[in-house]
Design a protein around this ligand. Sequence first.
Ligand code: AMP
Ligand code: GLY
Length: 426
Amino acid sequence: MKVLVVGNGGREHAIAWRLVQDASVQVVCVPGNGGTATLPNCQNLALNQDDFEGIARFCTVNNVHLVVVGPEIPLAAGITDFLQRKNIKVFGPSQEGAQIEASKAWAKELMVAANIPTSKSAVFTDLASAKSYVEAEGAPIVIKADGLAAGKGVTVATTVAEAIAALENCFSGAFGSAGAQVVIEECLFGEEASVLALTDGETIVPLLPAQDHKRIGEGDTGENTGGMGVYAPAPVATPEIMAQVQVQVLEPAIAELKRRGIQFCGVLYAGLMITPTGEAKVIEFNCRFGDPETQAVLPLLEGPFHKLLLACAEGKLADFGPLAWKSAVSACVVAASGGYPGAYKKGLPITGIPEAQSKGSLVFHAGTTQKKDVLVSDGGRVLGVTAIAPSFDEAFGQAYEAMKSIEFEGLYYRRDIGHRVRNPQA
Ligand code: AMP
Ligand code: GLY
């Protein structure tokens, strides 16, 4: 079976890597990266991910059975609708469904309509009224650009002045049209967890919960990023919480989407805050696999992954029994280019990946490309080193040991990923 994976990040490398574990699966990545280029039974295709026509033509000529869309941008631009009109099966929601991520205001309105637990919020399109609201509410308070901003459009402001600066930034065009509308939210406290659920729009099958580390700095400080490291399964999402998330979050979201005529196929990703009272509140929804969550979760999944994704695309997820998981845990640490999430260099030669792999870790490429014979960096997040082991201490120990082998100019990674589950003495 031929599967085409759209995207070029660590998430897509992990998806392609997991797909080729299934016998008889061939993968084509559009455009892929330096990691997918060297996977067995996998090739990169030099098309842009917004070239829907080119992707459709390739699928039709080459009998591609399924397209799996990694990133939110092509989903929000309607790749699924475009390909489905050409009778191509797609794992990933329609443009309407992708609004659950592409507009935070739209997602909030859906949450309120479906009675999903989330923070109090208000939406503004002008600076003056947004400022008055912030002044009336006080700090801490959260300012979010409405549209897609690669995880960087959110400011958790600890003072009113910081909140107003974030509003001024948004309305002055720092995030382009994504910041023309702003969502202001009550600040939630607790521990975060990411629950990624597979769905065909009827049946909902959550994957193991994961915990990402969004901030650039150790001790969860500094700017928000796309995610600097992750582990799974996250103990904070206990079986009781997972049951609550199924009934109070995932099922009502899918039902409300359906009520609006949206059959949501793909991943519904609930970013949660587990509050000190043990209630899971939704911080955000995404319409795709998480990055780096996928790099930690998929290595633990047993069974034929391609059949699971195809079942979602064909509306047959109910035919699938419960998922099987390795009885192990996983740890993933992201290596970023110095300066990220601000300005950073690209094209930096990378060495040491074979050595890291020989220590038993998986190295997923997040932003790399092959330049002649040299592997070079090609993004802010460059690599994700994942290790699987019986305990978090062992998994993080292995991942950090492997990371020591990797070198490129300005390499930065957080030393404290998994601090909530690691024994400080280990
Ligand atoms: P988002 O892009 O909406 O996931 O926000 C990025 C990050 O900002 C989240 O992972 C949280 O760490 C933080 N955040 C967003 N909304 C809130 C909130 N209402 N309360 C506290 N932290 C938040
Ligand atoms: N790791 C956060 C995200 O995928 O949005």
